[in-house]
Design a protein around this ligand. Structure first.
Ligand SMILES: Cc1ncc(COP(=O)(O)O)c(C=O)c1O
Length: 499
């Protein structure tokens, strides 16, 4: 078997065709020494072994070694072998150069980001540790049946299937796509088949994919205002022109006769993020008409609709009409755990192949073993059982938090658009409050809430004041402690409390 050095030399010898063989070998060895491939004090292979590995005569190797020794790159002791010299001739040359030019400064490296990179940094808002009271949108990851999921994964890893270990451009694991098609048809009234589903690494990647594949730099895109800042940032870095549309209790208020047609319309119809309303039937129809009229795509972000604590879940917008101009996005971040990084798109059939090819070109895709394990987890009924259990748990935690708000602040402090769903609620604050300052104070004392005003595109006068509070990953005991701290911050900010 050839050594790594043998492979390296053979490749280099092919690139250096000038002169005799021993001169070429000398140059290749010298470069390997100078570039650090062969470190100082490394023992070179015996001349006979190296000659055998790279198919040259022993004399060629001996001549190259002798020249290296003569020039000071290696040291040799008869009968003991040949070593790379501790100090290379280049070191002497460099130190002399340094002495001759003592004031020569290396050129300055510029570490500034591109305009769009720097602009994204300015908008970056992800918290460093997304866990604990009251991080919005964080599920209780400790409650997931990890033992069941890992049992499926270990069995699959013991039966390695080539198809799960190579690059794929199929839009993700077919078994997962098929399990999702069945689930989404029943649970979310999505009209779909397996050949409409593309697995992504979460909704974030879905937003990136559809915005790159279906719109061009400078195109107009409608977004809800307020909305999820993560979505805004992805659209910004892709060079889109964002048009914020206000939101009321019926959801987004679209502009009926826009001067500039939107290429994409991003909405959260089942649970408006962050305020909590659902898109009314009249608005759904209005939006579909606008999209049809202007050739726009509606991008439906269905991030947490599995968690509705009273009444029936609202069906998806995608399923409202046949051939609706809608791309549906879902995620396992809220139902399983965020670090799983698995989400999905449901796209119209003619878009399936182009989008899966763009996805493969941009992200390559992978994690097929985990995707297959997830498909089995769903097929065996564990997924729905877990969602049912979490719905009960989160429902109890949510009621507990609402009781605290009612008891210590009053009913007006729960946002009026709240519809008993999702993993967070919005505590509404009087308009004179600086919600950013309150959230900062609370964070200094270990309580994580997010200021509502920051979810607006421009922190303009219309921005409502409030705090987003996640309740799913906090048990009642921790909730009481954290709420006490928050109450103190609110009192210090001049908010009237009841107790
Ligand atoms: C409205 C909304 N959409 C999408 C996401 C992100 O989903 P994913 O983790 O699948 O990228 C979030 C995350 O909190 C969200 O709040």
């Amino acid at each position: 078997m050839r050594s790594l050095l043998g492979d390296h030399l053979l490749q280099r010898l092919q690139q250096d065709a000038e002169g005799t063989l021993h001169q070429r070998l000398f140059r290749c060895l010298r470069s390997a020494i100078v570039e650090g491939v062969l470190q100082p004090k490394t023992r070179l292979p015996a001349s006979r072994d190296l000659a055998g590995e790279i198919h040259v005569s022993r004399n060629t190797v001996l001549t190259a070694y002798e020249q290296l020794q003569a020039e000071g790159y290696v040291e040799a002791r008869t009968g003991h072998g040949t070593w790379v010299a501790e100090k290379l001739p280049e070191a002497f040359l460099n130190s002399q150069k340094k002495k001759a030019q003592p004031h020569l400064q290396p050129p300055r490296r510029d570490y500034t980001l591109s305009h769009r990179g720097a602009s994204l940094m300015g908008y970056a808002a992800a918290s460093p540790h997304q866990w604990g009271a009251f991080v919005p949108g964080a599920p209780d990851v400790t409650e997931f049946p990890h033992h069941i999921f890992s049992r499926i994964q270990s069995r699959l890893s013991r039966e390695p299937d080539i198809n799960r270990l190579i690059y794929s451009n199929a839009g993700g694991c077919v078994e997962l796509r098929s399990a999702l098609a069945d689930y989404l048809r029943v649970a979310r009234s999505v009209q779909c088949d397996v050949d409409q589903i593309i697995i992504t690494e979460g909704i974030h990647q879905g937003i990136d994919l559809v915005s790159r594949a279906l719109s061009d730099i400078g195109d107009h895109v409608w977004i809800e205002d307020p909305a999820y800042w993560g979505m805004r940032n992805t659209l910004r870095i892709n060079g889109l022109h964002l048009r914020p549309m206000p939101v009321d209790i019926e959801g987004i208020i679209p502009e009926d006769n826009p001067k500039q047609a939107p290429k994409l319309i991003f909405v959260t119809p089942s649970h408006q993020y962050p305020l909590g309303s659902h898109l009314s039937l009249a608005r759904r129809k209005q939006l579909l008409n606008i999209a049809r009229q202007h050739g726009s795509w509606i991008i439906e972000d269905d991030y947490d609709s599995e968690f509705r604590f009273s009444g029936q879940p609202y069906p998806s917008l995608q399923g409202l009409e046949p051939e609706a101009p809608v791309i549906y996005m879902g995620t396992f971040s809220k139902t399983i755990y965020p670090a799983l990084r698995i989400g999905y798109l449901v796209v119209p059939k003619p878009l399936f192949s182009p989008l899966r090819i763009v996805a493969a070109e941009l992200y390559r895709g992978g994690h097929l073993l985990v995707q297959k394990a997830l498909a089995e987890f769903i097929r065996e009924g564990h997924y729905e059982a877990h969602i049912r259990r979490m719905r009960l748990l989160y429902g109890k935690r949510r009621s507990f938090l609402i009781d605290l708000i009612y008891r210590y602040l009053g009913k007006d402090f729960l946002h009026e658009y709240d519809e008993a769903s999702g993993l967070h609620l919005v505590m509404k604050l009087p308009t004179y409050c600086d919600d950013v300052a309150i959230a900062t104070k609370a964070l200094e004392r270990g309580v994580k809430v997010r200021p509502l005003s920051q979810y607006y595109m421009h922190s303009h006068a219309r921005a409502q004041r409030g705090l987003l509070m996640g309740f799913a990953c906090v048990d009642e005991k921790d909730m009481v402690m954290a709420f006490g701290v928050l109450l103190q911050c609110l009192r210090e900010a001049g908010v009237p409390t009841l107790n």
